[in-house]
Design a protein around this ligand. Structure first.
Ligand code: TYC
Length: 105
């Protein structure tokens, strides 16, 4: 049996190609409020892991304190997962219940 391409009648068939790559999803790293983690510790976490200066970190910490949760940053999945793990591990090491989680942006 010959290959099907040998039956090619020479007509060019043009189809609209579907885009092969979608833009990568972005992931929000979200900090949750709790009643026990000291405010200073949250500010330190935001500076250490998210590169915020003290003013920005204080503003984000207070927003989380008042609203229940808040976005620390938006990253690729790999980077967001790493930040969540680092923040949660750092908080456990310091015996604070501070929780950080990942959400699709
Ligand atoms: N609510 C905490 C307190 O009053 C402070 C706090 C802010 C804790 C933000 C967690 O993600 C947080 N000490």
């Amino acid at each position: 049996m010959p290959d099907s391409h040998e039956y090619d009648d020479g007509n060019l068939l043009l189809e609209t190609a579907k885009p092969k790559v979608k833009p990568p999803k972005r992931y929000q790293v979200v900090l949750l409020n709790d009643d026990y983690t000291p405010m200073d510790f949250v500010v330190e976490v935001l500076q250490r892991f998210f590169g915020m200066d003290e003013m920005k970190a204080s503003a984000v910490m207070l927003a989380v304190h008042h609203d229940g949760k808040g976005v620390c940053g938006v990253f690729s999945r790999e980077v967001a997962e790493m930040k969540v793990q680092q923040v949660n591990q750092y908080s456990r090491q310091h015996k604070h219940p501070l929780m950080c989680q990942l959400e699709v942006a």
